[in-house]
Ligand binder design. Structure first.
Ligand code: RM4
Ligand code: MN
Length: 388
């Protein structure tokens, strides 16, 4: 039997981090459809993140992306965030949008460009010192389009050197999250293509280097929950970038395309006792909202993660272990599916009501008048994002 009170406590304590860039404009390679009311400044993105937290109660931090969120005074930005009811979360680096990085950033054959890229990573740690952030998130677009274009092994050495220098600059309470991605923008070879490569670099670096799993960054059909189980066992799972994909790195709302996969991932998290924020996993969203309203889409994504987590918490672990140990294949599978098929929306409504929140965060957001307010106020200036 599952202890419902414990399930509710775990759900109330759950934390999900929103990405500042999800509040800005985004699009495909073909078109960015600008939306009215979109933030123009880091402050406005943070204000929107504050609304997601206000209505969900479980999204108290917002990740920044540098230089997209570059400001003159990060201590002031952190105070501003606190006024909006949120803290600054992970600092994301950007070594993929400068002309110099055409042939790579930290793996570039040109030592001057490698220096510039590594300096950006170090600058991000300076920012973390001012925002009080724990996590430095690294994602590299580095890779090759053609066989023979550069030396695969040398590039691994260059990557290792940059990571080492960056890791050594981290403060005692700071961590490095190393993300991987199968392909894109490079099509032939990527320098950190998979969890194994990320894991090996993290092991070499030390305890505070951990893997970030972006759910959109695998080959179709990859069993992501296996990666979760493996990395948890090795104490090397540091974070998620949640989003959904149908084909490639679609960056759709978490839990939208395959809620069953999100459940299976959260099931391994619960199995590893790793949902509690004290365990140290940063459950982040990394997604874009190209055609849907952004703030409610982010609220919806947070709710989808909550629903997958609630279902995973409801798995009858004792009964499952007994069925597994008895080799009862059908019973074990049906115990898992019973939890997945439970409608957890009433349970989450109760958790929200207990926390003094509206049981329906999206309806509450719509009633708040915030959307009308930002549409009226955010006139002029340049909207944040991929350009309009
Ligand atoms: C990358 C990767 C990173 C994110 C950027 C915007 O594909 O997922 O996590 O920072 O996109
Ligand atoms: Mn990501």
């Amino acid at each position: 039997m599952t202890d419902l009170a414990a399930v509710k406590r775990a759900l109330a304590a759950q934390r999900i981090e929103t990405p500042s860039w999800a509040f800005g404009n985004s699009g495909t390679r073909f078109k960015v459809f600008a939306q009215a009311g979109v933030p123009r400044t880091p402050e406005e993105k943070i204000a929107d993140a504050g609304m997601v937290h206000r209505f969900t109660g479980v999204a108290p931090t917002v990740a920044l992306h540098i230089p997209w969120d570059k400001v003159g005074d990060y201590a002031a930005l952190t105070r501003y965030a606190a006024d909006q009811g949120v803290g600054i979360g992970a600092i994301n680096t950007n070594v993929f949008q400068d002309d110099d990085y055409k042939l790579g950033s930290v793996t570039n054959p040109d030592p001057g460009i490698r220096r510039k890229a590594t300096d950006h990573l170090l600058e991000a740690i300076d920012i973390m010192d001012q925002t009080g952030s724990r996590d430095l998130k690294l994602w590299f677009a580095d890779g090759l389009n053609y066989p023979g274009q550069d030396d695969l092994r040398n590039r691994q050495d260059r990557l290792a050197a940059a990571l080492r220098e960056t890791y050594d600059r981290l403060g005692a309470h700071q961590r490095m999250l190393l993300e991987y991605k199968l392909f894109e923008p490079a099509f032939y070879a990527t320098d950190v293509p998979d969890w194994g490569t990320s894991y090996a670099h993290c092991v070499e670096l030390g305890e505070r280097a951990v893997v970030c799993i972006d759910t959109g960054h695998h080959a179709p059909g990859t069993n992501i929950e296996f990666i979760v189980a493996f990395l948890l066992r090795q104490k090397k799972l540091g974070a998620f970038d949640f989003n959904s994909r149908f084909y490639a790195d679609d960056d759709l709302m978490a839990g939208a395309a395959d809620p069953f996969q999100l459940f299976r991932i959260m099931n391994e998290i619960i199995r590893g006792d790793a949902l509690d924020p004290a365990y140290g996993i940063n459950f982040m969203l990394d997604q874009c909202h190209n055609i849907e309203a952004k703030i409610p889409a982010i609220i919806r994504s947070v709710m989808n993660v909550q629903e997958a987590s609630a279902k995973a918490l409801l798995v009858d672990r004792d009964a499952l272990a007994t069925a597994q140990n008895n080799g009862d294949v059908l019973e074990a599978n049906s115990i898992l599916m019973d939890a997945y098929n439970t409608d957890v929306r009433p349970l989450l409504a109760e958790v929200r009501a207990d926390a003094g929140l509206d049981p329906d965060p999206i309806a509450a957001y719509r009633r708040s008048g915030y959307q009308e307010k930002i549409v009226a106020e955010r006139v002029g200036g340049t909207q944040a994002g991929w350009g309009a």
